[in-house]
Design a protein around this ligand. Structure first.
Ligand code: SF4
Ligand code: SF4
Length: 289
């Protein structure tokens, strides 16, 4: 079997590095910050991050953090903002190099380079922080295997020179770390979105992502309110065969709306059969003499 070598580092700070911009574009392997060992849930490492550590807050500036749809939902609910308000104040669109799909990044302060949620006391949105911040210093790699329908996950350790947490003696397995940081729950909510990103990358040029489709992708993944308006105020429900139970679920539930959006995007981008198109109504044949 041929492994697809194109790993997708979605839920880590792959681009979240305290380096000059030209250095940030270099692969981590070249910068020598990736510990060159593939890890699994039971792999062990030493790490501790706490307010007394000398580098406290050093990792929350000059970074690029992709916001997953569930990250955004959690953050904007905490901040009591609509999706439009959140995107305007805190996000900037970024197009993934492979796959050409747009995703939001946290917009760093243009003057200080700091994350807008960083304070001298630490992260002001800590219990709702993005999954990339939860995983660090573990990186999550997703790999699509050719000739299979599933993705494979593995982990790796990121050792940036400024981060002193690696010198601490507290030991974890990756599984313990994920549970402690709440990354595992986020992964469940992000699974549909990650699957979409990987499928798009694996499809290469076979899928034509037009500007219009890219705009729909961004809207459906970042703005459940807008996508809800699209579903309920257009001809959508006349065209797609959606069970009544699902219609009721997505009416007010943003998490259900996101799952629904992922299924719809899979249908229109990859012809996935999860969302069936209604048969066209039969037209009465004209009377024959
Ligand atoms: S120990 Fe590492 S993760 Fe913690 S504040 Fe320092 S740089 Fe950031
Ligand atoms: S969201 Fe919080 S943990 Fe993540 S970079 Fe910003 S301040 Fe740091």
């Amino acid at each position: 079997m041929n492994e697809h070598q194109d790993h997708d580092y979605i839920a880590d700070r792959d681009q979240a590095l305290h380096l000059e911009p030209e250095m940030r574009t270099m692969p981590r392997e070249v910068r020598n910050v990736l510990h060159p060992v593939q890890m699994n849930d039971q792999s062990r490492f030493c790490f501790r991050c706490h307010p007394e550590i000398a580098c406290f807050n050093a990792c929350c500036a000059h970074i690029e953090i992709i916001l997953t749809p569930y990250d955004m939902l959690r953050l904007r609910k905490r901040l009591n903002l609509t999706a439009d308000e959140f995107l305007y104040q805190y996000a900037t669109p970024y197009t993934l190099t492979k796959g050409q799909l747009p995703v939001p990044l946290i917009r760093m302060d243009p003057e200080t380079g700091k994350c807008p949620f960083n304070t001298p006391q630490g992260c002001s949105v800590y219990s709702d922080r993005p999954v990339a911040c939860r995983y660090y210093p573990i990186g999550l790699a997703l790999m699509h295997k050719e000739q299979t329908t599933h993705n494979e996950t593995f982990y790796y350790l990121v050792k940036e020179s400024y981060c002193q947490g690696h010198q601490e003696t507290q030991e974890w397995s990756v599984e313990e770390w994920r549970t402690d940081q709440g990354s595992d729950g986020y992964d469940l909510h992000n699974a549909g979105w990650m699957d979409l990103i990987l499928k798009r990358r694996s499809a290469g040029d076979e899928v034509n992502t037009s500007i219009k489709l890219s705009e729909f992708f961004y809207m459906a993944c970042t703005n459940p309110e807008e996508f809800r308006r699209f579903v309920f105020e257009s001809t959508f429900l006349q065209r797609f065969d959606i069970p009544e139970e699902t219609i009721e679920q997505i009416r007010n539930d943003d998490e259900a709306m996101l799952e629904f959006a992922f299924d719809w995007l899979k249908s229109i981008l990859f012809g996935d059969k999860k969302m069936a198109v209604k048969p066209k109504p039969q037209t009465t044949p004209p009377d024959t003499p």
